[in-house]
Design a protein around this ligand. Structure first.
Ligand code: NOJ
Length: 745
């Protein structure tokens, strides 16, 4: 009892202290706000970019990152934040101007797109998500933050948590795929990685949940395009990852470029205030995407710059990235009484709160540390971690007759293809300060791995995206002289990413013909794919014996791929996005509705299908092979009837029935069979990544809580509806075994 009382006392003291601390911060903000002019307030709400022409990854810190005009603007309190300025020297110089020469002495906040590493480049986010290893994903963000903060940065415009169900959309590479449950877990892990436990520490940075909201729902997969979705789809599919990121502590949010049902996000009060602030209790700040305040006019949502400024501010956009509309318009709006100055105070308060949390008022220079910068960037431990997660991100799509892994003593290998010895593309889009000279190519990785007696012959064969076939001959001859062919093909890094959408998902240029030419030699061909999105590779799948999906794995790509090719690592990645057979199948996510006439393979059936295609995708969500085999038992339940407030336990035995140790991602899906509204045919609700030695069996338990069974009913109330549920457990979303239970009132 004594200890119990003591614990309560400590807890109350802690709560009071925490409250005092935060109210002390609020008081400081009050006193700063009281001294600020309207223009200085608007300055805090203005973010501008560094100069473009100074970017040089090899020598990235330079005074020319900011112009003389920008230095004057800092002095005059007209800029509160920079993006695209980094490096301990320049950030220190500009921060010195802000805190010594401006009247308010408010420190600047420096933001940058640190998406998958800063100087040490990790796999693109889509690839990392295929690891299903949340600790590794968190660690990758942690390392990126350690490096970026040493170079003066406080804030990353990541994670992008937009659900993407259209692989034509170039930004699919930047997220965690098509599933809201998994996407939410990844969002939280990335936020925790960037922000750590203490935002004021000199090696953690503010994260930014983007792009709010439903940016990935662009019609036709064309970036920036209109989004027209039901309120239910917004709530069930798109919003969960944003909310998960905010619950994990993210202190900033970025608006999306798109409109939803007629309202552009940057001017959407329902999203930015009703949902984000009032429902989710978010108390950080909202930054617009680049120029998006100005684009309210182009959308046809504001008739003038002045109206755009007013609509964005009143909706809840606190900081204007690069459209300068706040700078040019807000002052007159406030002075004329059209906008209440309290809106400025509210936004500035939110921005200053984050600057406080980052510790910038205590020490504005704690992040620009040239010694740490030298030690941290490309630190060997960071590079080792990049290789570890790169290995885990690889998905084995096909492996006929166990062609892989190859023996390191194999006599000869032809390493061919436009990406086989490419140093720039493995870095992927949004690679921050990734340095191509530090990239290990596939050819280099293979050379380092095989025995000294193995002969490696390299031929490029063709370019990524050209119609020139003149290089085929040499590559084919090379193939003929070898025991096996490794063909590294795919997209270039700039074929996915912002504004990088494609109407065809085929291998670009003549690469498929190139594979055909290689196959004509009769030699076994292993295809190693590098790409930022699912590709349509039906031909390759049906003709080539082994395929590795490696995405863009970052600077350690070649080493990680060689680890998998030669069996030093047994692949364990699983797809987080369905691979369609052709573009015409899109959208083809696994968690679709049943319809009244579910897909039926019989071509004569009147069902949800195309005349000219099978009903299945090429590879389903959750798919990925291993060099060993896993055998699943039947799932068992600890009860067959529960109430709406109970949890249920699902158990399954998984055995490694092959001859190698390996990891398996055991996946749990549910289906709510009948409801007041229809439900998806399957929804991921749990997974566990387990390691099994040959012959080893492990029992995997999942607890399905009421939260996991909840949905929005016909009246949009969130909760569990009684009825029958199916549970599916298996190695991917298609290959599952089932059990069922009922929920009673
Ligand atoms: C536009 C992109 O949409 C956004 O994701 C990015 O953070 C900003 N540009 C800043 O580079």
């Amino acid at each position: 009892m004594k200890y119990f009382m003591l614990a309560i006392l400590c807890w109350v003291t802690f709560l009071l202290a925490a409250d005092k601390k935060s109210s002390a911060t609020e008081q400081k903000i009050d006193s700063i706000l009281a001294t600020m002019t309207i223009e200085e307030k608007i300055g805090q709400m203005t973010q501008t970019t560094g100069q473009w022409n100074w970017h040089d990854p090899a020598n990235y810190t330079s005074n020319s990152a900011a112009s003389d005009g920008q230095r004057i603007a800092i002095r005059e309190g007209r800029i509160g934040s920079f993006l695209n300025v980094y490096g301990s020297t320049i950030t220190r110089e500009l921060q010195t101007i802000a805190v010594t020469q401006s009247r308010t002495k408010i420190p600047l906040i420096f933001g940058f797109d640190v998406i998958h590493g800063f100087r040490t480049t990790f796999p693109i986010p889509l690839a990392e998500a295929c690891s299903w290893d949340l600790d590794a994903i968190e660690q990758s963000a942690r390392i990126a933050a350690r490096e970026a903060t040493a170079a003066g940065l406080h804030w990353t415009f990541a994670p992008m948590v937009d659900i993407a169900r259209d692989p034509r959309w170039g930004r699919i590479m930047e997220g965690a795929g098509e599933d809201p449950f998994y996407g939410s877990l990844v969002a939280a892990s990335r936020v925790k990685g960037f922000q750590g436990n203490d935002l004021s520490s000199n090696n953690t940075m503010a994260s930014c949940i983007k792009h709010f909201a439903a940016y990935g729902g662009a019609e036709g997969g064309r970036d920036y395009n209109t989004v027209d979705i039901s309120h239910r789809t917004l709530l069930e599919t798109y919003l969960p990852p944003y909310k998960a990121g905010i619950n994990a502590g993210a202190v900033t949010v970025m608006t999306s470029f798109n409109e939803i049902n007629g309202i552009p996000s940057t001017g959407n009060k329902n999203l930015l205030t009703d949902i984000l602030r009032n429902e989710w209790k978010f108390d950080g700040f909202v930054v617009s995407d680049w120029g998006a305040v100005g684009e309210l006019r182009t959308h046809g949502f504001a008739s003038s710059e002045s109206q755009a400024a007013k609509k964005a501010l009143l909706a809840g956009t606190d900081m204007d990235m690069e459209s300068f509309i706040y700078e040019h318009q807000l002052s007159a709006l406030v002075k004329s009484g059209e906008v209440n100055e309290q809106y400025l105070d509210q936004s500035v308060r939110r921005i200053l709160r984050v600057k406080y949390l980052l510790g910038l008022f205590d020490d504005p220079f704690r992040y620009c540390d040239s010694v740490r910068e030298k030690n941290e960037l490309l630190n060997p431990n960071n590079v080792i971690a990049a290789r570890e997660i790169a290995k885990k991100s690889i998905v084995l799509l096909k492996n006929e007759k166990n062609l892989l892994p190859l023996s390191k003593k194999i006599k000869s290998i032809a390493v061919v293809g436009p990406l086989a010895d490419d140093k720039a593309n493995p870095l992927g889009f949004w690679n921050a300060l990734g340095d191509p000279t530090k990239v290990t190519t596939v050819l280099e990785g293979i050379r380092k791995t095989v025995s000294s007696s193995t002969k490696i012959i390299y031929a490029k064969g063709c370019e990524i995206d050209s119609l020139d076939t003149s290089g085929f001959k040499k590559a084919v001859e090379t193939a003929k002289r070898s025991d096996v062919v490794i063909a590294v093909v795919g997209e270039s890094a700039v074929m996915s990413g912002e504004s990088k959408c494609r109407s065809s998902l085929n291998l670009p240029g003549v690469q498929e013909e190139f594979i055909k030419a290689l196959l004509s030699t009769g030699k076994p061909v292993i295809v190693v794919l590098m790409n930022g999105r699912p590709l349509t590779i039906e031909y390759i799948d049906s003709h080539v014996p082994a395929i590795l999906e490696t995405w863009f794995l970052g600077m350690e790509a070649g080493n990680a791929i060689a680890d998998v090719l030669f069996g030093d690592y047994n692949p364990s990645g699983k797809l987080v996005t369905t691979f369609p057979r052709t573009v015409g199948q899109i959208p083809i996510h696994y968690n679709h509705k049943n319809s009244g006439r579910p897909s039926n393979p019989d071509p004569k059936s009147y069902s949800v299908r195309y005349l000219d295609l099978p009903i299945t995708p090429l590879y389903p969500f959750g798919y990925g092979l291993s060099y060993t085999q896993f055998t699943y038992g039947k799932p068992s339940l600890n009860s067959h009837s529960i109430t709406t407030t109970d949890s249920i336990m699902v158990s399954v035995d998984v055995k490694n029935s092959g001859s190698r140790a390996g990891e398996e991602v055991v996946q749990l899906y549910i289906r709510d069979e009948f409801g007041s509204v229809t439900r998806p045919v399957k929804e991921l609700k749990g997974f566990k990544k387990i390691f099994l030695n040959p012959d080893e069996t492990k029992r995997v338990d999942f607890i399905v809580t009421p939260e996991l069974l909840s949905m929005y009913d016909i009246d949009m109330h969130y909760g569990v509806e009684s009825g029958t549920f199916k549970v599916y457990v298996g190695t991917n979303s298609s290959d599952v075994q089932e059990a069922s239970f009922e929920v009673v009132e």
